[in-house]
Design a protein around this ligand. Structure first.
Ligand SMILES: Nc1ncnc2c1ncn2[C@@H]1O[C@H](COP(=O)(O)OP(=O)(O)OP(=O)(O)O)[C@@H](O)[C@H]1O
Length: 458
């Protein structure tokens, strides 16, 4: 016990940014349960979240039958030992108190099932390698949290192992995937992005694996899926946590065998694709809850990169703001340093994307920005039932007037449209998302995704 069982999962391939350049380690001594006597070190320098459970995918596999398959995770966060329950059946306890997540300092007892481990802090601390670079390709960031990621990103770019990039919306998962592709031997091959939430459930399989002519009503001609499109390159599957379970099995097969079969086809086609999955969800919890296949997770998460939210790397705010200022055409005007305090104190729930949008608005507003109190808001939402057309027009003009790049502007309009659409649809069907999804011809999962995304404004 204690040594990772995944054949290719080494501590270095699991990347978790830490705040300090030196970290603390913790020792766990199992004092009760079938594994009593075993000693385990949670090494802060390795920054590796250890999974405790009875499943073979856990780095620490316990024999206690009262322990869930994936019960809890342990990692060193700052100078604390962080223990997180992964949605286990009978809970994780610290000194007899049930916890979802807890930061420990040493001296506590952790209980899972009938297994009890004592936590001791290790005195020695090791430095973590920090890159002097302030970017990794297009991924900018000079904060310690980001600079800790770069050396390992470079190593991951050189390898072909599948990997999972985790992080809140707008933290740069896609841009990181692109950077890894660009730094890899596949750089001259295609980089294909597939967003699982952007395609209705009924079309997902054909979008992933392609279809033959006549495979379903409307399939007038044969079409390659994203796996074939990405042949020789990298395929980013975005929001993988939203993929239906039936498709997860097919995806697993595609990864294991490096071959796919088009919908309605009889031939298996070999594909040479490096797979990167991105997710806003906590995949450990999704697996524990039975919504994501354990074996697929095991296959995909050979390496993991956790991108920290912008609020946890405030040192990046100013350089990123200056970068976006230049990018959006503020080059001729001096950067508005008097607004820096506001930029630095904002919590950035939309992360780097929100910062980029805010700076784009700043560039467009010029000197008006001083008195513009709405600076940190998204464009005016369309509220109220009266005069909706006028409000919609104003909204679009508002977006157009910000002189954003086309993709950003289109995304803002599209998001607002989806918000309105879903709010109206749910109202019509008494809040029943299954009925609303059926009536609108979109998957329930997709509808719930839009709903979750727009919730703050509804
Ligand atoms: N570190 C960074 N350096 C430069 N630009 C960044 C960085 N992180 C994010 N961005 C920019 O912010 C925007 C959002 O980034 P991206 O789409 O990669 O985020 P995401 O995490 O994939 O978001 P979502 O989960 O919503 O899909 C993009 O315009 C991207 O170029």
């Amino acid at each position: 016990m204690g040594s990772p069982v995944h054949p290719s999962l080494s501590e270095e391939t699991v990347l978790r940014p830490k705040r300090n350049s030196a970290t603390t380690s913790f020792q766990l001594t199992f004092v009760r349960g079938p594994d009593a006597g075993v000693v385990l070190v949670v090494d802060g320098a390795a920054a590796c979240p250890l999974l405790l459970g009875t499943s073979e995918v856990c780095s620490v596999r316990l024999r206690d039958p009262e322990v869930s398959r994936r019960h809890a995770s342990l990692d060193v966060y700052d100078t604390y030992l962080r223990v997180r329950d992964l949605g286990s059946k009978n809970g994780t306890f610290v000194n007899d108190t049930r916890v979802g997540e807890a930061l420990l300092t040493g001296g506590e007892e952790i209980q899972i099932g009938s297994t009890v481990a004592r936590v001791d802090i290790e005195v020695k601390s090791k430095p973590i390698p920090v890159s002097p670079d302030t970017s990794f390709g297009p991924v900018l960031g000079s904060s310690l949290a980001m600079r800790r990621l770069y050396p390992l990103c470079r190593r991951l770019a050189e390898s072909d192992v599948p990997l999972v990039i985790e992080g809140e919306t707008g933290t740069g998962k896609e841009v990181m995937a692109e950077a890894l592709h660009a730094a890899s031997r596949r750089a001259t091959g295609p980089f294909v992005v597939f967003d699982c939430t952007a395609v209705p459930a009924s079309l997902l399989e054909s979008a992933l694996f392609g279809h033959e002519k006549g495979a379903f009503t409307g399939a007038a001609s044969a079409r390659a899926g994203v796996f074939e499109e990405a042949h020789g390159g990298t395929l980013l599957i975005d929001e993988i946590g939203d993929l239906e379970k039936s498709l997860q099995s097919k995806l697993l097969r595609a990864i294991q065998k490096s071959e796919i079969r088009r919908l309605g086809g009889s031939r298996w086609v070999k594909v040479d694709v490096r797979l990167i999955a991105a997710t806003r969800r906590d995949l450990d919890k999704e697996v524990q809850a039975g919504r994501f296949r354990d074996d697929l997770f095991f296959r995909l998460a050979v390496a993991r990169i956790a991108l920290p939210p912008l609020r946890d790397r405030r040192d990046d705010i100013e350089p990123l703001a200056r970068h976006f200022w230049e990018l959006y055409g503020g080059r001729e005007k001096p950067f508005p340093v008097h607004l820096l305090d506001r930029l630095l104190s904002h919590s950035w729930p939309g992360n780097v994307r929100e910062l980029a949008n805010t700076v784009a608005r700043l560039v467009a507003l010029g000197e008006l920005a001083d008195s513009y109190s709405e600076l940190f808001r998204q464009p005016l939402p369309i509220e109220g039932e009266d005069g909706e057309f006028a409000l919609a027009r104003d909204f679009i003009e508002n977006v157009v007037g910000q002189n954003l790049p086309l993709a950003e502007a289109r995304e803002q309009v599209l998001r607002e449209f989806e918000r309105r659409y879903v709010v109206h649809l749910l109202k019509l069907h008494g809040g029943d998302s299954a009925r609303a999804a059926a009536a609108s011809g979109i998957g329930e999962r997709y509808l719930r995704m839009i709903r979750a995304r727009v919730r703050p404004a509804t």
